[in-house]
Design a protein around this ligand. Structure first.
Ligand SMILES: Cc1cc2nc3c(=O)[nH]c(=O)nc-3n(C[C@H](O)[C@H](O)[C@H](O)COP(=O)(O)OP(=O)(O)OC[C@H]3O[C@@H](n4cnc5c(N)ncnc54)[C@H](O)[C@@H]3O)c2cc1C
Length: 326
């Protein structure tokens, strides 16, 4: 294999998302084994500063800069990506399994008649091909897949799947002149920015997730304090979000966000399949549940069979002590 690996760079609030650096780092690791070239593709408006930050992580940085691209819209971004892929015909394109990645990659694959593997967690170069690792059925099965034909294929990876490695590549910056048409039938009337959490749920290294066992929104304060001490984020099950105890933005699971933190702590979460599908690739899973038969214990590396209201205050105090000592 000596073809190009393209990485779609996702930006949010004027910065490059960590997951994009993760994907570029992994792409470079593979390219060193497969003698390929890594391209970062950044699309937006006034992207020069961000594009410069990518130079360390890619052999070539393709910049599509146009004021019509200042805000993410699937139709304009899709049209730009389509033109880039038709021009360069890369072997593979990596993207993040985030809301944006999930929005654009399946459309791109459909439009270009390419294969897609979504929500993957690893990739290796072996037997002269890329092999992609993807959990199935809520993590009960781990499958390895490859693309059997020669057309560009698309892969989205869960955030936190790879380590960021700056290889100081000093990659070449290439400005792409691409026609950005605005033929959408949907016009944005207004947008309102909602209060954002300190840490992005999908990029958090630590998530403490509350389920219906937390009994009410007022008890999430303990989880907030623990998340603050750990520099992480509070998550929630769908039962909690449906009860309006927490925002949808916090939901972990199939119809919420897929997360892979270094440490996930489930508090009063039963471990239903639709929930575990979104967190089973967490590096370490701790479950606190008073029911010893709760499904979550099947996924947990460490389980505490107890009432969350006994465990959480003790955990919080202990963490505060440790933090003071550091
Ligand atoms: C199409 C579809 C998509 C879905 N998507 C999602 C999704 O994205 N995310 C998601 O989470 N769910 C999703 N669900 C819902 C999912 O199937 C479960 O219903 C939900 O995850 C249950 O939430 P829970 O574990 O908080 O509540 P419950 O299932 O009610 O579990 C509460 C748990 O808390 C324990 N408990 C109670 N009190 C205490 C206490 N004091 N101390 C310790 N433990 C206690 C109980 O033993 C129990 O195990 C989806 C369902 C469908 C059909």
């Amino acid at each position: 294999m000596s073809k190009e690996i393209f990485v779609f760079v996702e930006c949010k609030d004027g910065s490059i998302r960590k997951v994009s650096y993760e994907l570029l780092s992994k792409a470079k690791e593979i390219s060193q084994k497969s003698s390929s070239i890594v391209y970062a593709v950044i699309i937006g408006s006034n992207q020069d500063v961000l594009a410069n930050q990518l130079k360390d992580f890619a052999d070539k940085v393709l910049i599509v800069d146009n004021e019509k691209l200042s805000k993410y819209r699937w139709d304009t971004f899709l049209s730009v990506m389509e033109q880039i892929i038709k021009k360069y015909k890369p072997y593979v394109m990596f993207g993040p399994s985030t809301t944006t990645g999930k929005d654009i990659f399946p459309r791109l694959a459909a439009r270009l008649n390419g294969a897609i593997i979504s929500d993957a967690v690893d990739v290796v170069f072996d037997e002269n091909t890329l092999k992609i690792k993807k959990p199935l059925f809520g993590g009960k099965i781990i499958s390895w897949m490859k693309c059997k034909d020669d057309s560009t294929f698309f892969v989205t990876f869960r955030p936190n799947s790879f380590i960021v490695e700056n290889r100081s590549l000093n990659g070449e910056l290439i400005k792409e002149n691409i026609d950005v048409s605005e033929d959408s039938r949907i016009v944005s009337i207004s947008t309102e920015k909602r209060e954002t959490k300190k840490v992005d749920l999908q990029e958090a290294d630590f998530i403490i997730c509350g389920g219906r066992g937390m009994k009410g929104p007022e008890h999430f304060q303990d989880l907030e304090e623990i998340a603050d001490i750990m520099g992480g984020r509070v998550g929630a099950s769908r039962a909690v979000v449906d009860s309006k105890w927490r925002d949808y933005d916090d939901q972990v699971g199939k119809s919420g966000k897929t997360v892979s933190p270094k440490l996930y702590v489930g508090c009063g979460v039963s471990g239903a399949l639709h929930h575990t599908m979104g967190m089973d690739t967490s590096k370490v899973i701790v479950a606190i549940n008073k029911d010893p038969n709760a499904l979550i214990f099947q996924y947990a590396d460490y389980g505490i069979i107890d009432d969350v209201f006994n465990v959480l205050p003790a955990l919080k105090e202990e963490l505060k002590k440790i933090k003071k000592e550091i």
